[in-house]
Unconditional design. Structure first.
Length: 262
């Protein structure tokens, strides 16, 4: 059979690969816990207040790989894998690199090569996640904390923006792999008041409303392949409605609880 006879037509439906990042305690782990039949691989100890199934806290990089292998090879009913969190996984990866290279810190490997060596382990994790998605039909939710980084835009002056708290090479690799990169934040308004003598004071005001930013803007990194609105409520049910192709998101009768510690 020639290649022309093997051409596939139409769209392909597959579980989503979602990266959710945001500030501490905003509700990232709760978002993951609301997914379909989730199980957590935890690399940080922040799930105590959340009712969910989880593997024991990963102490080493090998613990994460072992959990991925178990989910791939053993029978189970889980439909979503939540990896919480990527920035703590990165510490485990750096520890693995240091052990193999016989150094105390990844910075001890000259010319930034330690971060390049770490990409091998990142690719191993992503390959394991791909296997779960493609062969076991599992959706993937990756959770990360946010950082403020300086972004050198070649078209403008350098400015600050929010991004996942990962080393830049790892961050670029993970973001490219994901279908959605969602930024969880609070809706904030500013109010400017005059203090006399031509001085003004800007005050940030917020109601506590938590939202998802779905498209990249100067203030934050984000992307989506679902033609999502620029803003969504920070509620997995709202996101899942768009994944299913529902024209309207479901009504939320109860506010989403705020998670503890992530």
């Amino acid at each position: 059979m020639g290649l022309l006879e093997r051409i596939q037509k139409g769209s392909v439906s597959a579980p989503r690969r979602t990266l959710l990042y945001g500030t501490h305690g905003i509700g990232k782990s709760t978002f993951g816990a609301m997914a379909e039949a989730p199980v957590f691989i935890q690399t940080e100890d922040g799930l105590a207040a959340i009712e969910c199934d989880r593997f024991p806290l990963a102490q080493r990089y090998g613990d994460v790989i072992s959990a991925l292998s178990e989910l791939y090879s053993q029978p189970h009913q889980y439909r979503t894998l939540v990896l919480d969190s990527l920035d703590w996984l990165e510490r485990l990866i750096w520890g693995e690199v240091c052990d193999k290279r016989g150094v105390e810190s990844i910075e001890d490997i000259g010319y930034g090569k330690g971060y390049v060596f770490a990409l091998t382990h990142w690719r191993e994790v992503l390959a394991g996640l791909d296997a779960l998605r493609n062969e076991r039909g599992m959706g993937i939710i990756l959770i990360a904390h946010a950082q403020i980084e300086r972004f050198a835009n070649p078209e403008t002056d350098t400015y600050d923006r929010y991004s996942p708290r990962l080393q830049k090479l790892a961050s670029a690799l993970v973001q490219e792999w994901c279908d959605e990169v969602l930024f969880a934040t609070y809706r904030i308004h500013t109010k400017t008041t005059s203090e006399g003598f031509d001085r003004k004071r800007v005050v940030g005001l917020g109601t506590g409303e938590r939202i998802l930013r779905t498209t990249e803007r100067p203030a934050h990194v984000a992307k989506n392949r679902l033609n999502l609105p620029e803003e969504l409520a920070l509620d997995y049910r709202t996101y899942a409605a768009f994944v299913r192709g529902d024209s309207q998101s479901p009504e939320t009768t109860h506010p989403q609880p705020v998670e503890q510690g992530a």
